[in-house]
Design a protein around this ligand. Structure first.
Ligand SMILES: Cc1cc2nc3c(=O)[nH]c(=O)nc-3n(C[C@H](O)[C@H](O)[C@H](O)COP(=O)(O)OP(=O)(O)OC[C@H]3O[C@@H](n4cnc5c(N)ncnc54)[C@H](O)[C@@H]3O)c2cc1C
Ligand code: FES
Ligand code: FES
Length: 1267
């Protein structure tokens, strides 16, 4: 009755009855084997941090296949007889590091490092599965399921592509030398697939049953044990859980992975049989074989389409039947397998019992209500190319790993040799409505008609437009877009298939989808060898241990077995008052330990106890009026994480005084509602709201516009996490925080303890971007309360749904502006009335502090020609918070959009309008002409216009963006740092009050210490930040902490140098460092020095940047490719160029997500966030980045006031990404012009999704024609 498997070569045998029936491999690895390199975040196959490698024997062929898998979806009980490899097994400090780990580290592929083990393991799985023979294209394709929020992917892709057989990536010499002696693929150490014992059905603890049938007959025996009122699941990949959550009430788990009948396939001349539970990866391999056979050439297209389903680890484990069965259970599921197979009229082989086999059409299967139907396989017919035409489409919100906006398949049977007259047609669309599939009216219209005849085309689109049934399915895209997209796809099909002479030349490119070539990048910077290791492009200090998974994050900390896990209980009635909370149903669950609410807090119910930028308390638990949907009102403590999350949903809440007024989750709703009390002008010194007016002169141009920038979720890969352990009189706290001091004090005040009794330690944080400045404290306070009350360790890791629903995000922004400019484009009047969405509290307001200083950007805007009013708007959403370049990004975006709009209105080149408006004496006066020349701006703009004239449905655009980023150092009160030298060997350790969040603060600190003390970098280590040595440290945010810590390190090192000076002198110039410190120790010289940054040590300064973005858009779908990006950024004398380039790339790509992908949608009735998961919220992936990504750090450019003449890099490049809107505007204007629309500025904001593009392009379906 046991499950046997190997993990990293070590055999394990577990009794399933010892674990919950649905325990995942991830939980088992992390909690039972303590192999914490394998992380988790989304728990739904959408982020990739949990990827490990599984070697499994195919039950039909006996072959062992290696595949990357999402351990968060893989159920432990499906792991019998498999080999599992985790990052620890691949390489470590004991056995040596694996080449993938080393290259990723060496090639600058990690920042916070939380995603790194997942990337390593995905690459390892790919390499082993293909015996090391992968191309660069395959590598680039393979990471759709691995999200990295920090790096912008370029260095990761470079490192991974360097393993390809056709690699052109140069690998640092050190890597190659060491790797020569290292076998790329690990030897198989386990005994995978040794046959396995035949296990009977067994009962598990929680009354569920697992079955492991070895044949179809066995499977039905297992099914016969399921009584009619019980739920069961046939488990293959268990990946459907990532899309639609499995019921908690399942009583029978039937593992079908070892049923040979379901894994077989055959390719015959008249059909292909695909076993039901072939994985999508296996199916794609079969397609590769089948496409060679007459009649099955269409399998090449199926391969392409399947390659866009989910992501590699999900395809490696998810199966055909799992997908189609999910479509049966959830008719609104935009299944790609369904749409492609239905177009091909694939049939389903089903079994009611072993002897009874039926063949059904797919639609009949979906509607068949026979209980316990088992899909045995799928049958595909041949469609010879002489007789048939076939294609399918899938349009996604980003390049990979999202279900379709709309998917479609078209199959035409010809009646003539010329391939014009239609014999029959299958025209299928997905994701329009749960029931609509076939465009029957068009299918029948086409029969007997010439497919490419102008009248047929026109009539077909008329019918298609009228007959498509598209319904609202929030948060899916609007029916209007999906309707237009469906029509466009059929049009694309016609443009693609029609003989060339029948299609107007300019329209031909509309028949193809955008094809992305391999991406590449260049990084140019200066280093100054006399300052080494400062300015040296060194490897990130923790890079290697991040890549090997040895670098611990908060949740990797072990606690004793009596630890409890926490989850928030949240309020669901915005505006109502909480009258009563009844946790009894939750507490009744076995394993639920406690529930606490506001009344249980002994001290202050406030998690944001900061003295700066906080105007009102923010409750840990709502105690009265509910401010937003899913506001936490209490916390459940349970013996495991899943149980805590589930039990939290059982707590009953009674509300009083329900709000009658509409819930206003956005600024536009507030502005429309007329509730002026919600609009707060923060700093009245700007003057009351008023606008400038100027008399118009001849030739003057005037205009007005609105810019809307929506909010953005931080999407840290490490969830909000706090572990609290009661210790002596107080608490030891491990919290993923950017501001230990605030977390410490918020907990202490809440528990009425002295701050000294609450001690924090922070080793590193797995992505922050502002999310962990204050918002982390709600989790920290809740965990501390639980630990304090129960006197047991408490662990709180927020789920992605909880983080997205409960926590504040970026300030949304709206600007209403109007302008008057001279014919030259020079601004004579610009009014900017802007609003920023504070959410439900005015805390952390960015309006005056950060946006106001940025709104003029580099332009000559002064009291005579510029008036700006800024207000915060209170909405019924979580309180907004800092998010990479908060406020500043919006300020610069407003200025840049206004300049771009002015250029448009004046019919001038946007670069010329910028040149004419630059503030005299501004650094940009020199930089801009140089940048325009080096990027060949004018020639490229000309070429793009020529391209656009030749292409009706493909458009290109180019967009320039400039930046003056005002870095405010005024709140950097204190950044304490301690440098200690060990007399025994002279090694040095630093601990500081900053936080390593991926920005490289530790590496920079070590470089400074090594330089100042005159030591090799390897001699310096950084220890965890903590609230003893880092007491009272200010926040690590605003891009500035690295410099401040660097400065504090230098001060401490200067002190040490001063103390050592007499010893140095006494020992003479030949004394070694070790001799000096040893002698100093014997003289009782203190080898520990502490110092701090103080306000004023570094004055405020500006950071400059320029960016040129070129893109191409498919006007029919709205999809785009970013063809090239050039960034020139001013980093002063970069302290650590690899790290600074990484910051620039990462910040820019995060900005691309903001402007192009990331959409937050709320339910208007309830205020509930609808986009709360990786399934429906989409930060950029590896194939969304610029194809040609060129970064240059401005050279010979010391910052006279900066620390060691450097400048900050963490946030500024985010602001440059606004240029993508201008490139889009350029492209869109050409399409609108072609569509015959009047010349008008299009309001593009954040996000400008494919939907925005299509709905603004002026495309009319009735006008679709080939000529
Ligand atoms: C991140 C992510 C992205 C995705 N993106 C896409 C996408 O873009 N397009 C798309 O089409 N899909 C997408 N999917 C869905 C994915 O294709 C399915 O999850 C997968 O195919 C399910 O297969 P499975 O083997 O894991 O099924 P499981 O999760 O193991 O099972 C799912 C269901 O199928 C039933 N079942 C399994 N085998 C049989 C059988 N032989 N007979 C009858 N019933 C059976 C089970 O009882 C269960 O109810 C995505 C999924 C994830 C997690
Ligand atoms: S945790 Fe498994 S994919 Fe995100
Ligand atoms: S380094 Fe990839 S998420 Fe931080």
């Amino acid at each position: 009755m046991s499950i046997k498997f190997n993990v990293n070569g070590f055999p394990y045998e577990v009794q399933p009855s010892d674990f919950p029936a649905d325990i995942t491999l991830n939980t088992f690895l992390r909690e039972h084997l303590h192999l914490t390199a394998t992380k988790f975040m989304c728990l739904e196959g959408g982020c990739g941090v949990c990827v490990c490698v599984i070697r499994r024997r195919n039950p039909t062929t006996g072959e062992v296949h290696t595949r990357a898998a999402n351990s968060c979806l893989t159920l432990l009980n499906t792991c019998d007889d498999v080999d599992i490899v985790t990052d620890e097994g691949l390489g470590n400090k004991g056995s040596g590091y694996h080449p993938i780990q080393k290259r990723l580290a060496k090639m600058n592929g990690t920042q916070c490092g939380f995603c790194s083990p997942g990337f390593v393991m995905n690459m390892y799985g790919l390499l082993e599965s293909k015996a090391g023979h992968v191309t660069m294209a395959e590598v680039e394709d393979a990471f759709g399921g691995n999200i990295c929020r920090c790096t912008g992917y370029r260095p990761i892709l470079d490192a991974m592509k360097s393993f390809a057989t056709d690699s052109t990536i140069s690998v640092p010499g050190e890597c190659v030398d060491i790797e020569d002696s290292f076998e790329l693929l690990c030897p198989r150490t386990g005994q995978c697939g040794s046959g396995g014992c035949s296990r009977a059905t067994l009962s598990t603890q929680n009354d569920s049953h697992w079955h492991w049938p070895k044949s179809l007959a066995d499977l039905f025996t297992a099914l016969s044990q399921v009584s009619s009122n019980e739920l069961y699941i046939l488990v293959s990949g268990n990946t459907a859980h990532g899309a639609y959550r499995r019921s908690r009430d399942i009583k029978h788990f039937i593992d079908v992975n070892n049923v040979p009948e379901l894994k077989q396939y055959s390719i015959e001349s008249d059909h292909i049989l695909l076993g039901a539970n072939l994985t999508l990866t296996e199916t794609m391999e079969i397609f590769r074989l089948a496409e060679q056979r007459a009649g099955f050439e269409y399998c090449a297209q199926l391969w392409q389409h399947f390659n866009l389903i989910a992501n590699l680890p999900v395809r490696n484990n998810g199966t055909l039947a799992g997908n189609i069965s999910t479509k049966k259970q959830y008719p609104h599921f935009a299944s790609d397998i369904f749409i492609t197979f239905e177009t091909l009229d694939a049939h389903v082989l089903v079994h009611e019992h072993p002897g009874a086999q039926r063949v059904l059409t797919l639609l009949d299967y979906l509607h068949d209500t026979t209980p316990n139907l088992v899909i045995g396989g799928f049958l595909l017919r041949p469609y010879p190319t002489t007789k048939y035409l076939f294609n399918t489409y899938k349009i996604l919100p980003r390049a990979q790993n999202v279900h379709a906006y709309v998917n479609a398949g078209f199959l035409i049977e010809w009646n003539d040799d010329q391939h014009h007259i239609v014999q029959s047609a299958r025209i299928c669309f997905g994701n329009l409505s749960p029931s609509f599939v076939h465009a029957v009216e068009v299918e029948s219209l086409l029969v007997g008609r010439d497919l490419y005849d102008a009248a047929t085309v026109s009539e077909a689109f008329e019918r298609l437009e009228a007959s498509l049934q598209v319904v609202e399915m929030p948060p899916e895209a609007s029916p209007e877009y999906r309707h237009k997209l469906a029509c466009s796809l059929f049009y694309k099909f016609l443009l693609w298939s029609a003989p060339e002479e029948l299609v107007k030349k300019q329209k031909r490119s509309g028949g193809l989808l955008l094809e992305r070539p391999l991406s590449s990048g260049s990084q140019t910077f200066e280093t100054i060898s006399k300052n080494y290791p400062v300015t040296q492009p060194v490897q990130k200090l923790e890079g290697l241990i991040q890549c090997s998974g040895e670098a611990p994050y908060m949740n990797d900390l072990l606690t004793t077995s009596n630890a409890v896990h926490c989850a928030f209980v949240t309020a669901k009635r915005v505006g109502a008052t909480i009258e009563q909370i009844d946790p009894t149903p939750a507490l009744r669950c076995k394993g639920v330990v406690a529930f606490y609410a506001a009344k249980d807090i002994p001290g202050v119910n406030n998690f944001n106890n900061a003295s700066v930028l906080v105007v009102e308390p923010e409750e840990v638990f709502c105690s009265g009026r509910v401010k937003h949907y899913d506001q936490p009102l209490g916390v459940i403590a349970a013996v495991n994480h899943d149980l805590a999350v589930y039990a939290a949903t059982l707590v009953q809440v009674t509300y009083a005084n329900e709000q009658k007024k509409p819930i206003l989750t956005s600024m536009n709703q507030v502005l429309a509602s007329g509730e002026s009390s919600r609009i707060v002008q923060m700093n009245k010194s700007n003057g009351e709201n008023s606008t400038l007016k100027v008399p118009l002169a001849p030739g003057d141009v005037m205009g007005r516009g609105i810019l809307e920038l929506e909010s953005q979720y931080h999407f840290t890969m490490e969830p909000q996490t706090t572990i609290v352990v009661p210790f002596e009189q107080g608490l030891q706290v491990w919290c993923a925080t950017q501001w230990m001091d605030l977390t410490q004090y918020s907990i202490a005040a809440m528990l009425q303890l002295d701050a000294s009794l609450v001690q924090l330690q922070v080793r590193r944080v797995g992505g922050a971007y502002g999310a962990k400045v204050t918002r982390c404290n709600q989790v920290a306070c809740a965990a501390a309360l639980v630990a304090h009350k129960l006197n047991r360790p408490a662990r709180f890791v927020q789920t992605i749904e909880s983080m997205m629903e409960c926590n504040g995000k970026r300030y949304a922004c709206r600007s209403d502006y109007d302008f008057v400019v001279r014919a030259s484009g020079a601004i004579s009047m610009l009014n900017n009335n802007f609003y920023e969405d504070a959410g439900c509290s005015l805390n952390e307001n960015v309006v005056d502090f950060l946006t106001m200083p940025a709104v003029r950007n580099v332009y000559n805007l002064n009291a005579t020609n510029f008036k700006v009013n800024g207000s915060a708007v209170v909405t019924d959403a979580p309180s907004s918070t800092w998010c990479r370049a908060p406020g500043t990004a919006e300020g610069i975006a407003m200025a840049e959009v206004q300049l771009e709009h002015i250029a448009f209105a004046s019919k001038l080149d946007p670069a010329d309008v910028r040149l004419v408006n630059l503030r005299p004496g501004n650094k940009m006066v020199q930089l801009l002409p140089r940048f325009l020349a080096s990027t060949e701006y004018r020639q490229r703009r000309h070429d793009i216009n020529a391209f656009n004239a030749q292409n009706r449905w493909r458009k290109r655009g180019i967009g320039l963006s400039l930046m003056e980023f005002p870095l405010a150092t005024s709140i950097g009160y204190s950044y304490p740092t301690t440098v200690s030298i060990y007399h025994s060997d002279g090694s040095v350790v630093i601990t500081h009050g900053g936080i390593e969040i991926g920005q490289g603060i530790n590496t920079k600190a070590a470089q400074v210490a090594a330089f100042t003390l005159g030591l090799p970098l390897e001699k310096v280590r950084i220890e965890s930040s903590n609230t003893v040595n880092g007491a009272n440290a200010m926040v690590t945010a605003n891009s500035m902490a690295s410099e401040m810590i660097g400065l504090a390190v230098r001060k401490a090192c200067d002190t040490l140098n001063k103390r050592l000076q007499p010893v140095r002198q006494a020992l003479g110039p030949n004394a070694t460092w070790k001799q000096i410190v040893e002698r100093a120790w014997t003289q009782s010289i203190l080898l520990i020095a502490t110092d701090s940054y103080k306000v004023g040590d570094i004055p405020n300064y500006n950071i400059y940047g320029l960016c040129l973005t070129e893109l191409e858009v498919d006007i029919l779908t709205g999809n785009h490719l970013i063809r090239r990006v050039d960034i020139l950024e001013d980093a002063g004398e970069s302290l650590s160029p690899n790290i600074d380039v990484g910051q620039v790339e990462g910040a820019f790509v995060m900005g691309l997500g903001y402007y192009l992908n990331e959409l937050l949608l709320y339910d208007r009735q309830t205020g509930r966030l609808l986009t709360n998961r990786t399934w429906n919220y989409h930060p950029p992936g590896a194939k969304d980045i610029p194809i040609d990504f060129r970064i240059e750090l401005l050279q010979k450019n010391p910052n006279p006031v900066g620390f060691m003449r450097s400048k900050a890099t963490g946030e500024p490049a985010f602001c440059l990404s606004v240029g993508v809107l201008f490139a889009m505007q350029h492209a869109l204007q050409s399409a609108r012009d072609d569509a015959g629309l009047p010349r008008e500025w299009v309001r593009l904001g954040a996000p400008t999704t494919p939907e925005t593009v299509v709905l603004n392009a002026g495309t009319e379906v009735q006008r679709f024609a080939l000529k």
